[in-house]
Design a protein around this ligand. Structure first.
Ligand code: GDP
Ligand code: IMO
Ligand code: MG
Length: 420
């Protein structure tokens, strides 16, 4: 069976920590979408580690980690990350496997990302500029290079043809950038990639499932960044929701068991686009300061606000969430009052549905207020020790979204998690 852990908001919900926590219960951890735009933070021996391409189960010796076909892979980032985890004694040749069908990010994808954002000007998406959009465009445009192509004698020609296609587009954008240095690095990284375990992933994973092995699919980004169901066009270019697991790994919907949705106890977003519950005041700054809300991939300050239950309920519906994991509850420890958004006011009309287009319209949140718990919760290990005010807050969320919060994360450490 396959369980899924994915983000229910706009990314950075703490998926990396949660996947690392659950990893010992699984035989295989597999990324199914996204690419190096992801930044998943976990702590190994007390030291902070941010993973962009490698699944967050990599530090568990007996866990196989898979980069699935739905991922877009930057060989340069991968090589760098493999070197970084090797310093912790991880043998990537033993427990990292990459699908032959995984699409490759080439240096001109990053240039195209920049060119496209520059052209958009004020209305730019705020992309991480890792080449994600252009790489997925080449996938759906049927131009992409895939990891399995690397071993084909024709690969150089395939690469040159693609690069030339990209040059025409870059000329159209009037964008010039010398990519020769990054091209050199790219080719070196490809040689390294060839030495890793490249597999026929769909057979590998299904064989393992039929042998009774347990698979955990690790989502990147968040549901509100989903290409179909997110705040389009301010989204990423993949299906971040649970449906993406099937196409991103080659498993059937009948294999999907638990869908564990991760949400912060409040809400953040990095990059442009609608964010109805964003706080532009001192409270928002407090959330950013206490929660250290700065992007793990780009270092940009994250926009902060109260939890948005309209969006959260929508995300639970689209994903079929069976259990919720609430992270960063400790960040709310010192707030006297907490707010949750229970509806959107759209120019006088109230709705509890996520509108198809959220940009360019005024969305005023309808708030419900809760008392804060005003105590340090970071050392709590048992549900019974959690403050009553936190239980009230969580009970309301459970009832509103129709899925239960089963775990509360109360600090960044691996052991800081309370099972409810
Ligand atoms: P991801 O992209 O979903 O894996 O999340 P990020 O790693 O980008 O951002 C989450 C940040 O919050 C990281 O710095 C984590 O170390 C941190 N974090 C995760 N869970 C908790 C928690 O429960 N409390 C606190 N204070 N920090 C947390
Ligand atoms: P993790 O996995 C938060 C955002 C970018 C931008 C938009 C499109 O760490 O949760 P892209 O690079 O995909 O073209 O950017 O999506 N974004 C993320 N925000 N966490 C992420 O990943 C993100 N990956 C992309 O900021 O607004
Ligand atoms: Mg992140």
């Amino acid at each position: 069976m396959v369980d899924v852990i994915l983000g229910l908001q706009w990314g950075d919900e703490g998926k990396g920590k949660i996947v690392d926590y659950f990893a010992p219960e699984y035989d295989i951890i597999a990324r199914f979408q996204g690419g190096p735009n992801a930044g998943h933070t976990l702590y190994v021996d007390g030291k902070k580690m941010v993973l962009h391409q490698i699944p967050s189960g990599i530090f568990h010796q007996n866990t196989i980690n898979i980069i699935g076909n739905g991922v877009v892979l930057d060989p340069v980032t991968l090589k760098r990350e493999c070197d970084a985890v090797a310093a912790y004694g991880v043998d990537v040749r033993k427990n990292l496997f990459i699908s032959q069908r995984t699409n490759i990010i080439v240096p001109t994808h990053r240039a195209l990302d920049k060119a496209s954002e520059l052209q958009k000007g004020e209305s730019k998406i705020g992309s991480t500029l890792k080449g994600i959009g252009p790489a997925y465009m080449d996938k759906t445009g049927r131009n992409a290079l895939r990891v399995g192509d690397l071993l084909h004698p024709n690969f150089s020609k395939q690469y040159t043809d693609l690069r030339n296609k990209h040059q025409v587009l870059l000329d159209n954008f009037n964008f010039t950038e010398d990519i020769s240095a990054s091209e050199q690095e790219f080719f070196e990284a490809l040689e390294f990639l060839k030495t890793l375990n490249v597999i026929n992933c769909e057979y590998f994973i299904n064989d393992n499932i039929s042998k009774g092995k347990k698979v955990l699919a690790e989502g990147a980004q968040g549901s509100m960044l989903d290409i179909d169901f997110g705040t389009f066009p301010f989204v990423t270019s993949s299906n971040t929701t649970s449906a993406g697991v099937c196409t991103g790994l080659g498993v059937s919907p009948r294999q999907i068991n638990d869908v564990l949705g991760v949400t912060k106890a409040y809400c953040t977003r990095v990059g442009g686009g609608p964010f109805p519950t964003e706080l532009h005041d001192a409270t928002g700054e407090e959330l950013r300061r206490i929660g250290s809300e700065f992007g793990a991939t780009t270092g940009r300050p994250r926009r902060c606000g109260w939890i948005d239950l309209v969006a959260l309920k929508f995300a639970c519906m689209i994903n079929g969430v069976s259990k919720i994991i609430m992270t960063k509850a400790d960040v709310l420890d010192s707030f006297n009052e907490l707010n949750v958004c229970t509806a959107y006011n759209l120019g006088g009309t109230q709705t509890t549905e996520v509108p198809f287009q959220m940009s360019g319209i005024d969305i005023e949140p309808v708030w419900k207020s809760f008392a804060g718990w005003n105590m340090d919760t970071t050392a709590i290990k048992e549900a019974a020790a959690l403050p009553e005010t936190m239980s009230t807050y969580i009970d309301f969320i459970n009832n509103y979204v129709g899925a239960p919060v089963k775990f509360v994360s109360n600090g960044p450490g691996r052991e800081q998690i309370v099972r409810l």
